[in-house]
Write a protein that binds this ligand. Structure first.
Ligand SMILES: [Mg+2]
Length: 356
């Protein structure tokens, strides 16, 4: 099964409401879909979204990196899978979103060639999952009403985007916590917005008032590893690293320092499924559980994340794969079920999702 062509196209879809974090504001999804075709007519689909503030990639750079790698893959056999993955990772450095998009398409093809859904090819068994949903940063009242709306849609875990002014952020968290039923779990994501000392002071106050979130995600800048360790040693709320961990080496350093409680794995940071599997396995060796997160990306990339979550269900215990739920319309054909917090994998060979 020989690769005969690789091309990209852009996927655009409006969001229900703007997505706002401490780092950025996005009004519509626009990302890159890559289609890898083989001589037997099989087509693999992959996808990657530009997040310049996090991965350094733009929509144009993702397309350029894919077209740079593509000639090295054309003519190769899907059965020679390890070589394909090696080519994706060693033809160009960085460009992790572009590599992830290509890897997703290659894994889709490999699973199709084995007539298996991807999760089963990766030894997963779980097919039904629940994701949290993001509450974008806004004025407190707006965040409270958005949180209540999410709960009315059936979400029991909310990811609260904060990370502006710590005093204002504390007010936001208190107001949301007070307005919600007690069983609702809060994940706080400050997207590098605070200093280590601000984080400890803020969490001290919240914990004193009995507000203990499921986790506090990346409160300090990505490079501030010492800051993460400082926080972990001083607060009860579990600490989750996101922007600090792209590679296995990033994770190794944090795990050896015991600087965090959890790690957020994203395909766009690792460069795709192969390294995400290795990262989950490394965390498992250290008894550290993982969140599987996403960028503001479409259903193909999200599907790949869900298959991965099934493959490492013992380690990946938190899902933040809400990007499809944030879209106002569904731009692809899917055998998977996306129903707000509930995502269910299908038994279609491959990803079970593709462009029409
Ligand atoms: Mg995050």
């Amino acid at each position: 099964m020989k690769i005969t062509s690789i091309h990209t196209q852009r996927l655009k879809a409006p969001l229900k409401t703007p997505f706002v974090t401490a780092l950025r504001r996005v009004d519509a999804l626009e990302d890159v879909v890559v289609i890898v075709e083989c001589d037997n007519g099989y087509r693999g689909s992959g996808e990657g979204a530009p997040t310049p503030q996090i991965t350094g990639e733009t929509i144009g750079s993702i397309e350029a990196a894919i077209s740079f790698i593509a000639p090295y893959l054309i003519g190769k056999e899907i059965e020679d899978f390890d070589t394909l993955i090696h080519i994706v990772h060693h033809t160009i450095v960085k460009n992790t979103t572009a590599k992830s998009a290509l890897e997703i398409a290659l894994y889709d093809l490999k699973a199709q060639s084995q007539q298996m859904p991807l999760y089963r090819m990766l030894d997963g068994t779980q097919t039904a999952f629940r994701t949290d949903i993001t509450i974008s940063m806004a004025e407190t009242e707006k965040m409270v009403s958005n949180a209540l709306h999410a709960v009315s849609l059936g979400y029991d875990t909310l990811k609260i985007k904060i990370g502006s002014d710590p005093t204002k952020d504390a007010d936001r968290i208190r107001a949301i916590h007070a307005a919600l039923p007690q069983h609702i779990s809060l994940r706080l994501d400050a997207n590098q917005g605070w200093s280590a000392k601000e984080t400890v002071a803020l969490l001290d106050q919240l914990e004193y008032d009995g507000i203990i979130a499921e986790c506090i995600e990346q409160p300090v800048s990505a490079e501030d590893i010492e800051g993460l360790k400082y926080i972990k040693e001083r607060v009860t709320t579990p600490l989750l690293a996101d922007e600090s961990v792209f590679s296995l080496n990033d994770a190794k350093k944090l795990l050896e320092m015991e600087a965090v409680d959890y790690i957020n794995i994203k395909l766009a940071k690792t460069g795709g499924i192969s390294k995400a599997l290795a990262l989950a396995d490394l965390c498992a060796e250290h008894n550290v559980q993982c969140m599987l997160g996403c960028m503001l990306e479409g259903p193909i990339a999200i599907a790949a994340g869900v298959h991965l979550a099934s493959a490492r269900a013992n380690t990946i215990t938190m899902l933040d794969l809400d990007a499809v739920a944030l879209l106002a319309s569904h731009p692809v054909q899917s055998d998977m079920r996306f129903d707000e917090s509930n995502i269910v994998l299908s038994d279609t060979p491959g990803l079970g999702i593709c462009l029409p």
